[in-house]
Design a protein around this ligand. Structure first.
Ligand code: ZN
Length: 63
């Protein structure tokens, strides 16, 4: 099963591991990601599949 992680703030899948400096500034706990699109650092939303993620994106667009 493939996990899909997405940004909690903007829903982007463009996530990366925060740099060491960012980790020190934010006292970031392991498992957090930085969003390349909106700069949010935190725990991502984890979906079980691409289908679940697609549904989420659809819902987000309809709001
Ligand atoms: Zn984002």
């Amino acid at each position: 099963m493939m996990e899909v992680k997405a940004c909690t703030r903007c829903g982007s899948r463009n996530l990366k591991i925060p740099s060491q400096m960012e980790l020190e500034i934010r006292l970031t706990l392991a498992g957090q990601y930085k969003c390349s699109d909106c700069g949010f650092i935190g725990f991502p939303i984890v979906f079980d599949s691409n289908e679940d993620y697609a549904k989420y994106v659809k819902l987000k667009k309809n709001v």
